[in-house]
Design a protein around this ligand. Structure first.
Ligand code: KG4
Ligand code: ZN
Length: 362
């Protein structure tokens, strides 16, 4: 199947075209085109995403990206001569939630018009399922670009070789731990009770006077800091649940900065990063033991963090688990993962309503 994916849930406008095959037991994807237009520069002065600005930018960017795609010869209008390389879209899929509703609506309306114009089937996609499946998107090179890069997902031969799996989705809006029995069956074990992990990175970055988004900035300056310099709390780490909490950690950083104005930013960033990642990895590893998992999956924006990738990789090696994490560009919001989740939604006959649902659950 050739699937066109559209993503506008937050501050990245994405349009992607992928080829999907293999069904629910041996899914395989090829990314034909993955276009992302980032709005980071527009929102950065506000220290976070402004919903109406995001909406305005999506409205501007969507036709631009689609145009790029048609220029590459990938869109065929009925009876129109095209330089298409045997590509004809079978399915259009668009993020319906979770996310910012004004932003989601722009994608949904755009997708509806497109589906009508090209007479294609349109189905809704869940953004979180997009992150969840993103590890299946093929990796760019056959060599690992950095030490932090784990084995490639192409090694996934069939679902019996990787399930049960524990999946950790860590983004700017969510921190979720899942127990997966297959590509279509899972149970949520826990999630954050307050801030998401990425949100904590963003808020702490702001306290340190670093620009938005804060995750990459914290990671950058943490490299020259000492992660043992300050002992920040690891909230809920050892409680019995699989829930997370990050707002107390952020508050401790706030008080630490107030009480220690001379402290090095690099040490604060490194110590905060270590505390946040420790909790994520600890809980995920406890879950792998409790559920006898063969695999650990990590996805979402925070999974772009090299330290997180490294710690999980080491833990996975120690406990003889498979570890899959997407290539970095598929950690951040993109439409290729939405197209992939559309393939699964199609196979699972999962019909999300074609209207924005800001708090859609996984
Ligand atoms: O998945 P994503 O692009 O958007 C959401 O669905 O939320 O995630 C964005 C989040 C932001 O909070 C950003 O600060 C965080 O991911 N992030 C990182 C890193 N890169 C992005 N957090 C920690 N380390 C990073 N390298
Ligand atoms: Zn996301």
């Amino acid at each position: 199947m050739i699937i066109l994916g559209i993503e506008t849930s937050c501050d990245e406008t994405g349009i992607a075209l992928i080829e999907a095959k293999g069904g629910l037991s041996r899914p395989k994807f090829r990314v034909i085109e993955n276009l992302v237009s980032s709005q980071i520069k527009i929102h950065a002065p506000f220290g976070g995403v402004v919903p109406n600005l995001a909406k305005r930018e999506h409205i501007k960017n969507l036709p631009m990206l689609l145009n790029k795609l048609s220029k590459a010869g990938f869109l065929k209008i009925k009876n129109e001569k095209s330089k298409m390389k045997n590509v004809s879209i079978d399915l259009i899929t668009v993020t319906v939630g979770p996310g910012l509703e004004p932003a989601l609506w722009t994608g949904i309306n755009f997708a509806k018009n497109l589906a009508e114009k090209y007479k294609k089937l349109l189905i809704g996609a869940n953004h979180l399922e997009g992150h969840l499946y993103s590890f299946l998107l093929p990796q760019k090179s056959h060599k690992f670009p950095t030490k932090a890069d784990p084995p490639r997902a192409e090694k996934v031969k069939s679902h019996t070789s990787i399930f049960p799996a524990i999946a950790l989705i860590v983004s700017g809006g969510h921190t979720i731990l899942l127990h997966m029995e297959s590509f279509s069956k899972w149970k949520k074990l826990g999630e954050t009770v307050d801030d998401a992990a990425g949100e904590a990175f963003d808020k702490v970055a702001r306290l340190l006077g670093l620009p938005y988004p804060g995750g990459p900035e914290i990671e950058k300056i943490a490299k020259t800091g000492n992660s043992n310099a300050i002992h920040f709390p690891r909230p809920m780490m050892r409680d019995k649940s699989y829930n997370f909490s990050f707002s107390g950690l952020k508050t401790s950083v706030l008080y630490y900065i107030k009480n220690n104005p001379e402290a090095k930013k690099t040490d604060i960033a490194a110590s905060f990063q270590k505390a946040a990642l420790d909790v994520l990895v600890y809980k995920a590893m406890v879950a792998t033991r409790e559920y006898g998992a063969k695999t650990i999956l990590v996805s979402g924006g925070v999974a772009a963090n090299n330290m997180l990738r490294n710690i999980v990789k080491q833990e996975a090696e120690k406990h003889k688990l498979n570890f899959f994490v997407p290539e970095k560009r598929y950690n951040l919001d993109n439409a290729a993962m939405i197209a992939a989740s559309g393939y699964f939604a199609f196979l699972r006959k999962k019909k999300y309503a074609l209207s924005a649902k800001g708090d859609l659950k996984i």
